[in-house]
Design a protein around this ligand. Structure first.
Ligand code: PLP
Length: 383
């Protein structure tokens, strides 16, 4: 029997391949797109998702997410679109949490109708809110926790239980939590997916997606994945393997830094609400504590002095922390959701969703927390 190692060890050691003649400690990169077929059981080809470099990385993710099988894709959206199209057909119905990633929301809104797929968005965050939306043709429940940008927390196990009870497939976008902080499959979720572009890559230099699930569901998604063709090139695949070795170290540091900054911001006179599931007064803190090992590197806060001018004064006063899109890298970055991800919504709709002009979202990196805190303190003095 294969020994089961801890997550920290699995980041480094799970499923490495060694080049037999040279015995280097890293998996060799095989750039081939043509493979000999005689004497092999399986035809190997990058778009069949079965090259050695793809398999090694997938096995590492499978060990971290505690699933059975998985796939790597060329982006988070390639993972999401392939998974949804493999599970849904004309006449089916799917249930989504209202506060999912904007790109997923717009994918559903622009593509589903063409294919005659019905959908509902759930506003409430309790499992019964999801159960109420189930119809005779419902096939999947799709959620995200924590959410972007207000760090709402869903009861992942409760929703997985509802899904099981009705024989549906449950899917979670686990990008914000990472498998270091949350392993949804152990809570009963069927498919855990990622925009690997964020924490799994972790250095703001890769774009990819990933999925971990059961063998059975993986076979189903793989058929569609081969048709859709959203596979990844080998050089990026190798960089993912390298990135995953430091995932545990990076994410734990990000958890610590984010908690320190959240506590600092919570007590700051120039700051309004702070959204971080690790704070005791977060309305869903208890649920987060039950289902997460750490609370993640994402947090949001409101400047008390509302208005875009004040946001700009604050951003202008920062130097280490850059206003940038995306998240999950080793460097701390900041963004104004009202001016970026939610700019297409009207101000009234944004405010209804809790996104004020003075809201800022911080993706906390692995720098020395005190340096970040001092810089934020200085910038707050300019608001
Ligand atoms: C960025 C992101 C995605 C989309 O991933 P890409 O790699 O940009 O395609 C999906 N879900 C979440 C939560 C994200 O943050």
């Amino acid at each position: 029997m294969k020994k089961r190692f801890s997550t920290e060890t699995n980041c480094i050691h799970s499923e490495q391949e060694t080049e037999v003649n040279i015995q280097g400690v890293n998996t060799p990169i095989d750039p081939s797109s043509a493979f000999q077929y005689r004497g092999f059981e399986e035809n190997v080809y990058p778009r069949y998702y079965n090259t050695i470099n793809q398999k090694v990385v997938v096995e590492k993710l499978v060990a971290l997410e505690k699933g059975e099988a998985g796939l790597l894709f060329s982006s988070g959206m390639a993972a999401i679109s392939t998974i949804l199209f493999s599970l849904l057909k004309t006449g089916d119905h799917a249930i989504f949490y209202q506060k999912i990633y904007g790109g997923t929301f717009s994918f559903i809104k622009t593509e589903f109708e063409k294919f005659g797929i019905e959908y509902s968005f759930v506003e409430g965050n309790e499992p019964d809110a999801f159960e109420k939306e189930i119809k005779s043709n419902t096939k999947i429940i799709y959620i995200e926790s924590p959410t972007n940008p207000l760090l709402d927390i869903l009861d992942v196990k409760g929703i997985a239980d509802v899904s099981k009870k009705h024989n549906l497939v449950s899917v979670i976008d686990n990008t914000f939590a990472t498998p270091i902080n949350q392993t949804p499959i152990t809570l009963g979720i069927d498919i855990s997916l990622h925009s690997g572009t964020k924490y799994l890559g972790g250095h703001s230099d890769l774009c990819f997606g990933a999925m971990v699930t059961s063998k059975e569901l993986n076979d189903k998604v793989l058929k569609t994945a081969i048709n859709q063709g959203g596979s990844l090139n080998v050089l990026d695949v190798y960089l993912i393997e390298r990135s995953l070795k430091t995932l545990d170290v990076r994410v734990n540091r990000q958890n610590e830094n984010a908690l320190q900054l959240a506590k600092f911001l919570e007590n700051h006179s120039k700051v309004g609400k702070v959204y971080y599931p690790g704070l005791k007064n977060h309305p869903r803190h208890e649920i987060a504590r039950e289902q997460m090992k750490g609370f993640g590197g994402m947090l949001s806060f409101e400047l008390k002095a509302d208005g875009i001018d004040k946001v700009n004064n604050f951003l202008d006063a920062l130097s280490l922390i850059k206003p940038a899109l995306s998240l999950g890298g080793v460097e701390t970055i900041i963004c104004s959701p009202a001016l970026t991800s939610h700019i297409k919504m009207s101000k009234t709709d944004r405010e209804k969703a809790g996104i004020l002009d003075g809201l800022l979202r911080l993706s906390v990196g692995i720098e020395y927390a005190q340096d970040l805190q001092e810089e934020i303190d200085f910038a707050l003095s300019k608001t």
